[in-house]
Design a protein around this ligand. Structure first.
Ligand code: FEO
Length: 228
């Protein structure tokens, strides 16, 4: 809510200058204080309308935590890509580089949303991700485990928006809910294939690496009658 002391600052805004000039022209007998008084109530109304769509401090803080989680995901997958590249798994490296970019896009989407809603998205400091993996199986096990953690965080965030009655953020987060279903399904499909390869470390992994960019997972969201 605007206090009278803030009026001078607000009067610097074009919108409120226009209002003040307009009032002065139409009501030349009004004193400056009377005009400022009318402006004050107009400003209060403006701020009330603006505040209705602003995020609460709690949601802002949790969205900023999610910014950090998505940023860390991007770094983790970048580290996985780099390791795979050094091991000669070019297909896995390409897959993970792309995945890292996607996580960065998830982070940017959150940053823009927080700022659009009157909050301040904070670019976080990050811990270094794991840089070495024993083989592809533990790498993808870590990926799935990490995605499951992210899903839990998204679910907690969605729950908080309902408690705060913030339906705009709730609606925005539905995209992340769907995305998590797809990402977990894809990670499980990849792990199934790696377990099928089992001890066939030669040609099995060669073909896996060659084909990984073409692996897709059908999620329940994509299923339509007769195509499952
Ligand atoms: Fe953006 Fe894979 O979570």
């Amino acid at each position: 809510m605007i206090l009278p002391n803030d009026l001078e600052d607000l009067l610097e805004l074009d919108l409120f200058l226009d209002i003040q000039i307009g009032l002065g022209l139409f009501f030349p007998k009004f004193s400056l204080n009377q005009i400022k008084g009318v402006n004050y109530y107009l400003c209060c109304g403006y701020e009330t309308i603006k505040s209705i769509n602003m995020i609460s401090q709690r949601i802002e803080a949790q969205l900023n935590e999610q910014v950090k989680s998505e940023a860390f995901s991007s770094q983790l997958y970048l580290a996985m890509a780099s390791w795979a590249e050094t091991q000669g798994f070019e297909g896995v490296a390409a897959f993970m580089y792309k995945h890292s970019e996607e996580e960065r896009a998830h982070m940017l989407k959150l940053i823009k949303f927080v700022n659009e809603r009157g909050g301040h998205a904070i670019v976080p400091a990050l811990e270094a991700p794991t840089s070495k993996f024993d083989s592809l199986l533990p790498l993808f096990e870590e990926l799935l485990s990490h995605e499951m953690e992210i899903t839990n965080k998204i679910n907690e965030l969605v729950h908080a928006t309902l408690e705060e009655k913030d339906y705009t953020t709730h609606n925005f987060l539905q995209w992340y809910v769907s995305e998590q279903i797809e990402e977990e399904a894809l990670a499980r499909t990849i792990l199934d294939k790696l377990r099928l390869i089992g001890d066939d470390k030669g040609s099995g992994l060669y073909m896996f690496d060659r084909d990984i960019t073409g692996i897709t997972a059908k999620s329940a969201n994509d299923a339509t009658e007769g195509t499952v």
